[in-house]
Design a protein around this ligand. Structure first.
Ligand SMILES: *Cc1c(COP(=O)(O)O)cnc(C)c1O
Length: 427
């Protein structure tokens, strides 16, 4: 597998990827491709990126042995890569720093981004504040209602949040709207995409920026595994949740050349893979073109993109990064589903057994680790990418659990469901 060299020069991962954009964007895309091809190998750029990750984000993030959970399950040793401990609380900032550094060098003073749950919007607004860049974030009006604390965070950081009223008023519509803005403002605007999707070079570039996660793990794991008496120097399985697929590509990519390590991506099975209410593009989608690349897309018989569902807004996307489509087809990675109910149970379990409140997205990967560990030996190991912390999700979890979550008097007793609780920011 050392021969793994993807994508090709035109951004293809086998039959997937590529660059399907309107003529007006062709120039902007080729300008970005050239800039990245240059700076990716520029020692000053690489050194600044590493310095920012160390000093602003707090990298390297630790790997932690979940001893209580492993003992209780009685099988493989479970480890967590703690991306939840990054500044802004998730893996997303690794990528926004890299792209914002490119924007500065390309002389683009204005940054746009799309966001679903608001995590990528917050990570983009954060780095724009730090670098003095104007920041405009497109967000579906449905998501704005569901994620009010993140909307306010972006505003505190100086960003403009533009509500998107088209389509299902969620992430895919925000992405369409951001692409439209880019077409109209290519001269002064840099588009920071939040996952390994979009036209080439985004899937490759975002993967490269996020691969710091897996590179750190390859260094960190041998000592940790030896300490607990595991049989190998690297984990037997690496697990990550897959929305667009950036935290998964970040941890998978450096492991592709380690054939003894299974790579398992966990998609949101929502109310069940056969319920029609899920976001499992790789397991229930068909190849198609979405947002500038060819990949697996959830679509109906006429090729129309269908509605998605997941309890976690960050996994609620009808497409998936094209490299995952390729890894699935060549059999290097496996993809499974975890339902809303299973993810919620894993969320509560981690809170109680390890003292960590995980993001609902990450809870999907944890739930699969809980299924897999008991089928493995005690000297085997599972490494889970804990992509983010769950503070943003406590309103959703409280609503779904029927718990009393403190909110403004105006929202009390209104039967709030599915994450619509209004969080009072100043108690
Ligand atoms: C955005 C997000 C995800 C999903 O995005 P990927 O590109 O699939 O990684 C997962 N976990 C957290 C915490 C997120 O914020």
């Amino acid at each position: 597998m050392n021969a793994y060299q993807q994508p090709d020069a035109r951004g293809h991962f086998g039959p997937y990827g590529g660059s399907f954009v309107s003529e007006t964007l062709t120039y902007a895309i080729s300008e970005l491709r050239d800039a990245y091809a240059h700076y990716q190998h520029d020692p000053a750029f690489v050194a600044e990126f590493e310095r920012e990750l160390a000093r602003f984000v707090g990298r390297p993030s630790p790997v932690y042995h979940a001893q209580g959970m492993s003992t209780e399950l009685g099988g493989a040793q479970i480890f967590f890569k703690r991306e939840d401990l990054n500044h802004t609380g998730a893996h997303k900032v690794n990528n926004t720093i890299g792209q914002a550094m490119l924007a500065k060098r390309m002389g683009k003073p204005r940054v746009i981004a799309e966001t679903g749950a608001g995590q990528h919007g917050v990570a983009t607004a954060t780095i724009c504040a730090r670098y003095g860049l104007e920041c405009v974030v497109y967000m579906g009006s449905e998501d704005i209602k569901r994620q009010s604390p993140n909307v306010y965070r972006m505003k505190l950081l100086g960003a403009t949040v533009v509500p998107v009223e088209s389509g299902s008023k969620t992430l895919k519509d925000a992405l369409n709207e951001a692409l439209r803005d880019w077409v109209a403002n290519v001269d002064n605007t840099f588009y920071i995409i939040g996952t390994v999707a979009g036209p080439h070079p985004y899937p490759m570039m975002v993967r490269d920026f996020q691969s710091v996660i897996g590179r750190e793990c390859i260094q960190q794991m041998p000592d940790l595994l030896a300490e607990v008496g595991c049989h190998s120097l690297q984990p037997d399985a690496v697990l990550a949740c897959v929305g667009g697929g950036s935290n998964a590509m970040g941890i998978f990519h450096p492991y592709i050349g380690h054939p003894a390590t299974r790579l398992i991506g966990i998609e949101a099975a929502g109310e069940g893979l056969d319920s029609g209410k899920h976001s499992a593009s790789l397991q229930r989608g068909l190849p198609g073109v979405l947002h500038g690349n060819r990949t697996y897309v959830l679509q109906n018989e006429d090729g129309q993109v269908t509605e998605t569902h997941s309890v976690s807004a960050g996994l609620d996307y009808p497409g998936v990064g094209p490299e995952h489509a390729w890894l699935k087809d060549i059999g290097r990675a496996e993809y499974v589903g975890i339902t809303d109910t299973e993810a919620l149970a894993a969320f509560h379990h981690l809170c109680r057994t390890e003292g960590i409140i995980p993001a609902l997205e990450s809870s999907h990967a944890i739930a699969h680790a809980m299924k897999l560990a008991p089928q493995m030996r005690r000297d085997q190991s599972i490494l889970v990418n804990l992509s983010g912390r769950g503070d943003k999700d406590i309103g959703t979890v409280a609503d779904l659990s029927g718990a009393d979550f403190y909110c403004r008097p105006s929202c009390r007793g209104q039967g709030v469901k599915g994450g619509t609780a209004v969080v009072e920011l100043h108690a």
